[in-house]
Write a protein that binds this ligand. Structure first.
Ligand code: CTP
Length: 204
């Protein structure tokens, strides 16, 4: 099968040297891409800036911003059987990034942000019957409620719900995999490589 995986954070430019981002390590998405490639699937990994080497036999496309990630996913998705969105995509970008490096000035400074496109939700609208969509929901509270809302709203087949404290930026994770029909599978706590293996067993 052809499997498209996203991983890592995105960076939204403030000026030429500053950006808004988050602490995603990319490890969960990289583990999924690596595991799928080892099983012989054709894997494309669309990655935000992370400090990880590309897994063997995976075609990696490097992106920075949510808009670049959207373009890369939209270009690859029509040829894919499965899209697994493990990336921590920024929900907001700077409305008007500065062309020159900002100089500090006395007093408060306000940045206006605007929403980025929800990549997963857009692919949920384009999804064909033979394609599967998998999302992640990292929550600090009301884990199942928020995850189930995202599963329905974005037209997903599976959502991997995890508490922020269990897996953000770390080597291990603990995930509840919820399917479209309401089935739930508890995975971990285990290393992300093992969670990746179990997720692929369930999804594929
Ligand atoms: N996602 C995406 N495009 C975005 C934002 C998120 O494709 N612009 C994907 C993520 O890769 C993840 C899922 O959507 O698979 C997360 O859902 P989301 O509702 O965006 O969660 P949060 O970013 O945590 O936002 P919030 O809880 O504030 O709704």
């Amino acid at each position: 099968m052809k499997i498209l995986v996203t991983a890592g954070p995105t960076r939204e430019k403030i000026d030429p040297v500053r950006f808004l981002s988050n602490a995603s390590s990319g490890k969960m998405g990289y583990a999924i891409a690596d595991c799928a490639a080892r099983r012989g699937h054709e894997v494309v990994l669309i990655s935000g800036p992370v400090a990880l080497p590309a897994p063997e036999k995976v075609r990696r496309i490097d992106v920075e911003s949510a808009a670049e990630m959207y373009d890369a996913v939209a270009a690859e998705f029509p040829r894919c059987d499965v899209l697994i969105m493990a990336a921590a995509v920024a929900d907001y970008r700077v409305a008007q990034p500065f062309a020159e490096k900002l100089k500090k000035m006395p007093g408060e400074f306000t940045l206006t942000l605007e929403r980025t496109t929800d990549i997963l939700a857009e692919m949920g609208k384009l999804k064909q019957e033979n394609q599967k969509l998998v999302g992640f929901a990292a929550e600090s509270r009301d884990l199942l409620r928020y995850a189930e809302e995202k599963l329905a709203k974005k037209n997903l087949d599976w959502i991997a719900a995890n508490r922020l404290a269990d897996g953000f930026g770390t080597d291990s994770n603990r995930v509840i995999l919820i399917s479209r029909d309401g089935g739930k599978i508890e995975l971990g706590p285990a290393p992300k490589t093992e969670i990746a293996r179990q997720m692929l067993d369930a999804i594929l």
